[in-house]
Design a protein around this ligand. Structure first.
Ligand SMILES: [Zn+2]
Length: 234
């Protein structure tokens, strides 16, 4: 549901779970995700959420401001995340260049281009990150394949503001290209999570048991992506 609070639209999603208390958190897509005990009724939950609206809206404003500042990320000497590490963007303008190219050199992501307009540079980086993401997830999917009975039917890297990974009942797995900005253990977690959906199409106890068996410290990665996910963009 969408609530209008002091001129700000706040998107609230309530999920009822087997749990004792209410937790409220801001997702990377800026939705407010409320986890409530199964027994709680919506009025009770909304009362608690409303009492926190002031805090939530302040936090949302802070995040929006931060991400606006981060908008100018594809300029020379700004930093972007790649596999959990920060790299400086170095733009080399060459009007005579036939085709732009991009490569990683030490701590820099070097872009040789005939057009250094922000949009153009952003597209070059994005295309590169998408390609690297597909390469990396394919590599890690085969690395973990022996832990699973079935194989993914297809693996794709897509643009999404809603998910990091997705697996349908056909075993087609999709990954958000921005995942390539995360450290390898976080990428691995999302891969294990989606591959485990090939066996369990839900988030049941058996599903999480499967994830934990392959990656005992997976909660650490869930936490990392919860905190850093919203900054993983260019
Ligand atoms: Zn899932």
């Amino acid at each position: 549901m969408i609530i209008n609070y002091k001129g700000q639209e706040i998107n609230i999603l309530i999920e009822y779970r087997k749990r004792k208390s209410i937790s409220i958190k801001i997702d990377y897509d800026l939705k407010i995700r409320v986890l409530a005990p199964k027994e709680a009724n919506q009025d009770q939950v909304m009362n608690i959420v409303e009492s926190k609206l002031d805090l939530i809206s302040k936090k949302l404003n802070e995040i929006r401001k931060l991400s606006q500042e981060q908008q100018v990320k594809t300029k020379n000497d700004t930093q972007i995340l790649y596999m959990g590490k920060k790299y400086f963007i170095k733009i080399v303008l060459d009007k005579n260049l036939e085709k732009s190219n991009i490569s990683i050199q030490n701590n820099d992501i070097v872009i040789n281009t005939q057009n250094d307009e922000q949009e153009q540079v952003k597209n070059i980086i994005k295309k590169y990150l998408k390609k690297q993401c597909l390469k990396q997830v394919k590599k890690r999917v085969s690395y973990y394949q022996s832990d699973f009975k079935s194989k993914p039917k297809s693996i794709k890297v897509v643009e999404s503001n809603k998910f990091w990974g997705l697996c349908n009942s056909n075993r087609d797995i999709q990954f958000n290209w921005r995942l390539i900005m995360a450290p390898i253990e976080v990428i691995d977690y999302v891969i294990i999570h989606e591959m485990s959906h090939m066996a369990h199409m839900n988030h049941s106890k058996s599903f999480w048991k499967m994830v934990a068996k392959i990656m005992p410290d997976y909660k650490k990665q869930v936490e990392w992506i919860g905190i850093n996910g919203r900054y993983m963009n260019i």
